[in-house]
Design a protein around this ligand. Structure first.
Ligand code: NAD
Length: 413
């Protein structure tokens, strides 16, 4: 089948890399009736991947969500192997090996020889440019990004990334393939962090800055974002869940690729926790401690008083009320406003730079990070002039240019 030809079913794919993401994508594809060649250089990892998938499906059978025969059929579709050499029947290959350009180049060069010419070659990279990965092949038009989220069988979002050389037909094919796997695809340009890993930076980094400035503690900041923002988790709970190291690696990579703009500067508190091996839930210690039943804050805030200019206070109040954060103290308003304004502004900057449509940006943030609302829809509710007023006030107050309003808000009538 030609890339981009109408596709009614996904019958055979290859997934390269049997780690966290590869195993999840393989499980997902098998669930949708697709034969999956699951390839890893490490036989033990393949065994672990198949054992993990089996365990998850067994649990699903026990809970009555999957029929035993469906589990058996899905497991039979998984074909683990340790070499890429021959993949004659695949329509699509999804690379999910370690985040290293040299390794990915080797994998893509091997895929180009092993897969049929018509097969689309996708990368699940989080932080490397798809355009750079595609340099390893003679036919870069067939290379696209398919960025799944962890856990892949559960998280609904897939960002479909067009590299500079990607053929439209290949991008459309990847989009259709994501739909056939039951996912919600969005389209994005090949820019640092794509949509989610870029727009979400403000949520984490502004939380960290508020902590570092002594405005509030980790539990207070998390509580504000849950109760006043309707987020399922605050920034510190979420960083602990994702892993402080994984989250820091994304911040660092986006910062490097964004010419070290102040918006993306990784925070020293997070760097020191990672250096000390406090990586979050997986080590029992991150911003919280997890050995006492319910988590307790592990990082003590050094409280400092702060004075806001009256102009900012007025704009903040309007922003908070329109954003739905009523009955908040002035400190809570400040916390809420800074974090949400950072997220909304980044969404506006991504939109103004043509990274994605406003609908796709909002969908990505809701489906990829469980945000309660799309940041651009939120901005519409708040009013672009109010958003600009808050951003301008915060920019003057924080003083490093990181709140400079996106054109979408700066030019609001
Ligand atoms: N973990 C996440 O939350 C997440 C989310 C989205 C995207 N990603 C991206 O997905 C990719 C994989 O991430 P992961 O977390 O699954 O990593 P992982 O470390 O769990 O798995 C990587 C696997 O690649 C295998 N591998 C290395 N070289 C190989 C080769 N030449 N051929 C075949 N297999 C090879 C390793 O043996 C390992 O099993 C990365 O690009 C990452 O940025 C990760």
């Amino acid at each position: 089948m030609e890339p981009g030809a109408e596709m009614n079913s996904l019958q055979e794919i290859a997934v390269i890399g049997g780690g966290t993401m590869g195993a999840g994508i393989a499980q997902l594809a098998a669930k949708h009736g697709c034969t999956v060649h699951l390839i890893d250089i490490d036989r033990d990892i393949l065994d672990r991947a198949i054992a993990g998938i089996t365990q998850r499906l067994d649990r699903s059978v026990e809970k009555g969500r999957t029929k035993p025969e469906a589990r058996d059929a899905q497991l039979a579709l998984l074909k683990p192997r340790t070499d890429v050499a021959e993949l004659a029947g695949v329509q699509l290959a999804i690379e999910a090996v370690v985040e290293n350009l040299d390794v990915k180049h080797k994998v893509f060069a091997a895929l180009e020889s092993a897969a049929p010419e018509a097969a689309v070659l996708a990368t699940n990279t989080s932080s490397l440019p798809v355009t750079k990965i595609a340099e390893a092949v003679k036919t870069p038009g067939r290379v696209v990004g398919m960025h799944f989220f962890n856990p892949a069988p559960v998280m609904p979002l897939v960002e479909i990334i067009a590299g500079d050389a990607s053929d439209k037909a290949a991008v459309d094919f990847a989009y259709e393939a994501a739909l056939l796997m039951g996912k919600t695809p969005v389209r994005a340009l090949d820019t640092p962090g794509f949509i989610v890993n870029r727009v979400a930076r403000g949520f984490y980094l502004e939380g960290l800055r508020l902590l570092g400035e002594g405005v509030a503690g980790v539990d207070e900041i998390d509580l504000v974002m849950r109760t006043h923002g309707g987020f399922r988790m605050g920034p510190f709970e979420l960083m602990d869940l994702v892993g402080l190291d994984v989250n820091l690696a994304v911040s660092t990579s986006v910062c490097e690729q964004m010419e070290k703009h102040a918006r993306f500067t990784p925070h020293a508190i997070q760097q020191s926790l990672v250096a000390a091996g406090h990586l979050g839930r997986k080590t029992g210690h991150g911003f919280y401690l997890y050995d006492h039943g319910s988590p307790v804050p592990a990082y003590a805030v050094e409280r400092r008083s702060f004075q806001l200019p009256p102009m900012l206070t007025d704009a903040m109040l309007a922003f908070c009320v329109r954003a739905g954060a009523v009955d908040a103290s002035s400190t809570e308003q400040y916390v809420f406003c800074r974090i949400l304004a950072a997220v909304i502004n980044e969404a506006g900057l991504a939109y103004s730079a043509g990274v994605a449509s406003s609908d796709d940006i909002d969908t990505a943030m809701i489906k990829g990070t469980n945000y309660p609302k799309g940041p651009l829809a939120w901005a519409d509710e708040i009013g672009h002039r109010t958003v600009r007023g808050v951003l301008t006030g915060l920019n003057a107050h924080t003083g490093d240019g990181r709140y400079a309003p996106a054109p979408l808000f700066a030019n609001a009538e």
